[in-house]
Design a protein around this ligand. Structure first.
Ligand SMILES: C[S@@+](CC[C@H](N)C(=O)[O-])C[C@H]1O[C@@H](n2cnc3c(N)ncnc32)[C@H](O)[C@@H]1O
Length: 307
């Protein structure tokens, strides 16, 4: 079921959302045209880093990534799973079909993604809302949460990042059943000194307005006393391959791309994929896959200060 929540897609009427990207900024990047971005993506329309093993095609590596996160939160056969920032629906579909989850809920701020999912996946166990996670109030808690490639949008460049991320972790704590797990995949800053992180504003200005990358320390700080960190992986080399794959696909389809978007837009996307692959290769950018487990108040006792 596709649910367009009232006011969700407008910044001026942003309901309770306090932090991070506006719906307009998301639409600037993702609603450039389903057909245009599809030229870079593989068939499943995944738009976050794949997980490669030797010999994998990009498509296989994308499926491996989905299954990795499904297994990290023990989603197989679960009742309810939430996908925060569900993109074009590859994960919600896999959760419902392959992992046998009874109810899968996806959240996105992109109207085109919502439409694509509605047109592509008709499974009764899938609900997708055009809604900011900050405004979302589930009817029942979830067994697990997965969020892939969306956390980069949850704090603006000039916001107090730890505060913004803490808001996210508090909401996820509320969304989960006791002991529930969350698997988070996000780009991060690597060997970039904190006072130099904004020296190249190409990405913040032109590609992902109102977004910025987290430092690992800030993510972990923000999750303190709410979540236990079970596992952290830095798979930045996977993003070198993923970015190259998107770049090569777009290049191979350049003629088609130019029919769908003006030259400066095509060039901007090519430049983004190429520049970012170098940044991941050098270690300036990282790719974190972090497994969290909800901490219960009973385990923390009187010292619980989640505020
Ligand atoms: C890079 S895409 C990743 C999509 C998908 N997870 C994937 O791996 O293909 C980022 C997604 O996060 C969503 N998003 C960003 N900020 C959001 C917010 N505050 N609430 C809900 N969705 C958000 C966007 O609408 C988009 O679907």
């Amino acid at each position: 079921m596709i649910i367009e929540t009232e006011n969700a897609a407008s910044t001026t009427t942003r309901q309770g959302a306090q932090y991070g990207v506006s719906a307009e900024a998301i639409q600037y990047h993702y609603d450039i045209g389903n057909e245009f971005l599809a030229l870079a993506q593989e068939g499943g329309r995944n738009y976050s880093c794949a997980m490669y093993q030797d010999g994998d095609t990009h498509e296989q590596a994308q499926i491996r990534k989905l299954d990795y996160h499904i297994d990290q939160i023990r989603a197989r056969g679960a009742e309810r799973v939430l996908d925060i920032g569900c993109g074009w629906g590859a994960l919600v579909n896999r959760l419902a079909i392959e992992a046998d989850v009874d109810k899968v809920v996806g959240l996105t701020l992109s109207k085109e993604q919502l439409k694509f999912i509605g047109d592509t996946y008709q499974h009764p166990g899938i609900d997708v809302h055009l809604q900011n996670w900050q405004d979302y109030q589930p009817e029942e808690p979830f067994d697990g949460i997965i969020s892939l490639g969306a956390f980069e949008h949850f704090a603006k460049i000039d916001e107090d990042k730890v505060e913004a991320y803490r808001h996210y972790f508090k909401k996820c704590h509320e969304f989960l059943k006791p002991g529930g797990r969350m698997s988070l995949q996000t780009m991060g800053y690597g060997d970039v000194p904190r006072d130099r992180q904004h020296s190249d504003l190409f990405i913040a200005r032109e590609v992902f307005p109102e977004s910025d990358l987290p430092y690992l320390a800030d993510i972990v700080r923000a999750s303190e006393m709410l979540f236990e960190v079970e596992l952290v992986r830095n798979d930045r080399k996977d993003y070198v391959k993923t970015m190259r794959s998107w770049f090569e696909n777009l290049r191979a389809n350049r003629e088609e791309a130019l029919k769908l978007a003006p030259l400066d837009v095509v060039t901007r996307y090519e430049r983004m994929y190429r520049t970012m692959s170098y940044s991941f290769d050098l270690g300036a950018f990282t790719l974190y896959r972090i497994t969290f487990r909800r901490i219960e108040q009973t385990r923390i006792g009187d010292g619980y200060h989640a505020g």
